[in-house]
Ligand binder design. Structure first.
Ligand SMILES: CC(C)[C@H](C(=O)O)[C@@H](O)C(=O)O
Ligand code: SF4
Length: 426
């Protein structure tokens, strides 16, 4: 019997012949802690393990993304703890405005094929697009990892996801992610690895692949993994200056389930309040009320997302009944969006641009909805209260849907997206 890619990575890192179901202790290549829980991990390290040092100062990274720049005194003081610790332990800290960790770390070339990466954040699964094992862990495991350079892990079973064909115009990777959730279910991949490959992957750029892997956790997935192909190699070469070796599944590896998605048959989708179980096609709900449109997050805050929205918003105005908030995923995305003219398009359309980070996605600041308001967001979660107000309603959709809705003043339809783009002769 052959091995899956994830079994191979964990075998390498645990120095054992690990198969699905085994529990092993494995070596870590990178540990990321964000401001939501890094202060707790630092406290445990200091008070329970009696140290301010980490096992390898190049393999531990802190990111202030959930709450930066600090919106209140409490957050500001917690961030002081992180800065002080970064200095004491001589580790890298990305401060407010650098971006969301999951956009940032790949951009900085810090994640590579075959790695075992843990983060104090469930969307660490995003890194699977770079042919590695990325998973979220709680503060205790993060603390232990910082101290020992290892973490215990149960080797996940893999679900094979085959992608075929290519996406039609105005249908995006976000729509594919929502379709995958509809087919697999919000608990359908619990503790498993989503192994995503097939001919259809070729047509997806890295930003689109990050979007897909990012949402593996919304199916319960422990991780996602994609093969290293030319697209991935090009990205890594640009970011790392060389192309590391990839790792992939054997032909006769064992899968717990298999799903095939024909990309060319997809249409724009949305997830209605208050759950990703409520997926509907955009055409069924077009015209429904929206008050705030939000473009950003570790799901859809990358350059391709800014580009997609700018194509639709070019020369247009945001509808007077809508507020459009845009949060570039990182400083690099922000800066390139300025260079390429996207930010000017957004400003002229009437959007508000916020500093890069998580911001409104988790309801810490920068765009909390009011009572009874409807938000159309490019984020990955629409639980009740997610954006900081349990009396509001969150709908999830693609950057294209958000941009077209911002112009229309109510939930757009696919034809609206098409019309907005075509009316500008693009
Ligand atoms: C705050 C953090 C622990 C959380 C996560 O783990 O994902 C957040 O980033 C989220 O998206 O809900
Ligand atoms: S952008 Fe949203 S989903 Fe992503 S890490 Fe931040 S809070 Fe979590």
């Amino acid at each position: 019997m052959g091995k899956t890619a994830i079994e191979k990575i964990i075998s390498n890192k645990s120095h054992k012949d690990a198969v699905a179901g085994d529990i092993v202790i494995a070596d870590l290549d990178l540990i990321m802690a964000q401001d939501g829980n890094a202060p707790l991990a630092i406290k445990m390290l200091k008070e329970e393990l009696g140290t301010s040092k980490v096992f390898d100062h190049e393999k531990v990274i802190l990111v202030i993304d959930h709450c930066g720049p600090a919106p209140n005194q409490g957050a500001a003081n917690l961030q002081q703890i992180m800065r002080q610790f970064a200095e004491d332990a001589n580790i890298k800290l990305f401060d407010s405005g650098e971006g969301v960790s999951h956009v940032l770390l790949p951009e900085k070339g810090m994640v590579k094929p075959g790695d075992f990466v843990i983060g104090s954040d469930s969307h660490t699964v995003t890194y699977g697009a770079l042919n590695c094992f990325g998973t979220g862990m709680g503060s205790t495991d993060i603390t232990t990892g910082m101290y020992t350079g290892q973490a215990w892990v149960r080797v996940p079973e893999s679900i094979k996801v085959n992608l075929r064909g290519s996406l039609p115009p105005y249908v995006s990777a976000k729509d594919l992610a929502l379709e995958m959730i509809r087919a697999i279910g919000v608990n359908g991949a619990t503790n498993m690895c989503l192994e995503i490959s097939g001919d259809g992957l070729k047509s997806l750029n890295m930003d689109e692949r990050f979007t897909l892997c990012n949402m593996a956790i919304e199916m319960g997935g422990k991780c996602a993994i994609m093969p290293m192909d030319e697209v991935c190699q090009r990205y890594l070469a640009e970011r790392m200056g060389h192309i590391p070796e990839g790792i992939w599944s054997d032909e006769h590896a064992n899968y717990i389930a298999e799903h095939t998605f024909d990309l060319s048959s997809l249409e724009p989708l949305v997830a209605l309040p208050h759950s990703l179980e409520n997926i509907a096609s955009l055409r069924e709900v077009s015209g429904k009320r929206v008050d705030i449109c939000f473009l950003g997050t570790c799901t859809n805050g990358r350059l391709s997302d800014m580009e997609a929205a700018s194509r639709i918003l070019k020369g247009k105005k945001v509808h007077p009944s809508i507020r459009l908030n845009i949060t570039p995923g990182s400083r690099e995305v922000y800066s390139k969006s300025i260079e390429l003219g996207y930010i000017q398009i957004f400003i002229e359309a009437g959007a508000v641009i916020t500093p890069p980070g998580c911001g409104a996605c988790i309801g810490t600041h920068l765009g909390i909805p009011g009572d009874g308001e409807y938000v159309l967001s490019t984020a990955n979660r629409n639980f009740k209260g997610r954006m900081g107000n349990s009396n509001s309603f969150i709908i999830l959709g693609s950057p294209e849907t958000v941009a077209a809705t911002a112009i229309k003043g109510s939930l757009a339809a696919e034809s609206d997206i098409e019309m907005e783009v075509e009316s500008y002769g693009l």
